[in-house]
Design a protein around this ligand. Structure first.
Ligand SMILES: [Zn+2]
Length: 371
């Protein structure tokens, strides 16, 4: 569906839109942006529920309750973002505070969905390698709303990835181990989705550098390999990062952190390919180094959330995916590949080394001190 800018008699192939037409297009575009934001905020509300209930083994059915007085939250108070603001973060019955995390998670996912929608439907996927996938009208600036099935599929795939990453980050923030019954179906969905929707991977597993073409339907084994290679590479690299990610005294046991980290990076690899996964690992490790440098003193008080860093890094990568892809284009493929792997290894090692230096002795139950 193209709202405006159908091919006309002008030399560049597009007719110049009238002022009224432009106003209507802007209004409709703003409405669509608000719609994507509301969709993300609603899923953010669901993410809040999943992140708490699933690790505790509580059913996802049934309405939300106040964490203090356990009274059921009324439908009118359960509207994402607005409900929390209207009640000023307090329960209507017991007036005890309700965490602002609910608000921030809904806002964050609302913004993520809005930016994804903007790039895919308004810029025809200009952020994705090989994009934009459809001609955009120069007369309308950023308004080129197209609701094509290819773009809808990419949107759903990316929106699912970010929603699951956010859920994993929240679970780890609460020091809850993500259960396998949650992580495995999510990983399998991302690996097997390209079997049904054949054009989800703009960068295939054997693309060593820039592709510059439309994501095309490839043979079934190629689709499986792109997701599979990304999943295995991401899982292994995630475990490596997670094992060294622990902060002084934050987790008594490192295993849940390794698991969360490998689930999150495995998910990124399966959805976006191993090349994007390496870039995400590099960005996340660099972000971690920066966080250590900034918060040197309060480090012990912070909670390690690798999935949070992977979420932020994956978002940066997806927003500038085409740009990241083009950096590698002029470099010979094997050089580009080795440079990327070296950069990822270096950042992983550097962040691990810096964290190791900050690790403090943990007191044991019997009063002795262990390192
Ligand atoms: Zn209450």
């Amino acid at each position: 569906m193209l709202w405006h800018g159908s091919p006309g008699p002008s030399t560049n192939g597009w007719s110049e839109p009238q002022l009224g037409e432009q106003m209507a297009a802007h209004g409709a575009a703003l409405f669509m942006m608000a719609w994507f934001f509301a969709l993300g905020a609603s899923f953010g509300s669901f993410v809040n529920v999943v992140a708490w209930r699933v690790p505790h083994g509580v059913t996802l059915l049934g309405s939300s309750r106040c964490p203090h007085c356990r009274v059921q939250i009324a439908k009118r108070d359960n509207v994402p973002i607005l409900g929390w603001i209207k009640l000023r973060g307090r329960c209507r019955r017991c007036h005890l505070p309700i965490s602002s995390r609910y608000l921030w998670v809904e806002l964050a996912l609302g913004l993520i969905y809005m930016v994804l929608g903007l790039q895919l439907f308004f810029r025809a996927g200009a952020n994705v390698p090989g994009g934009p996938f459809f001609p955009v009208s120069p007369g309308l600036g950023w308004i080129n709303f197209r609701l094509e099935p290819e773009l809808v599929r990419l949107f759903l795939d990316h929106a699912f990835l970010f929603s699951v990453l956010l859920t994993l980050a929240l679970m780890c923030w609460d020091r809850l181990q993500p259960p396998r019954s949650f992580a495995l179906p999510c990983l399998l969905t991302v690996v097997f989705l390209p079997w049904i929707w054949t054009d989800l991977h703009p960068v295939k597993w054997d693309d060593w550098q820039s592709v510059g073409t439309l994501p095309m339907a490839s043979p079934w084994w190629n689709r499986f390999l792109t997701g599979g290679v990304g999943l295995v590479a991401g899982t292994l690299w995630g475990a490596l990062l997670g094992a060294n990610w622990n902060q002084p005294n934050a987790w008594p046991d490192t295993r849940p952190l390794v698991q969360e980290s490998s689930y999150a990076l495995g998910l990124c690899g399966a959805a976006l390919g191993w090349q994007a996964m390496l870039a995400i690992a590099t960005l996340a490790a660099t972000g971690r180094l920066a966080a250590v440098a900034i918060e040197r003193r309060q480090l012990a008080a912070r909670r390690p959330t690798p999935a949070g860093f992977f979420l932020a890094s994956a978002f940066v990568l997806v927003c500038g995916w085409k740009w990241f892809d083009q950096i590698a284009a002029p470099i010979p493929s094997w050089t580009a590949c080795s440079l990327l792997i070296t950069a990822t290894l270096f950042c992983t090692a550097a962040s691990s080394w810096v964290l190791m230096r900050h690790r403090k002795p943990t007191p044991c139950p019997d009063g002795s001190v262990s390192k």
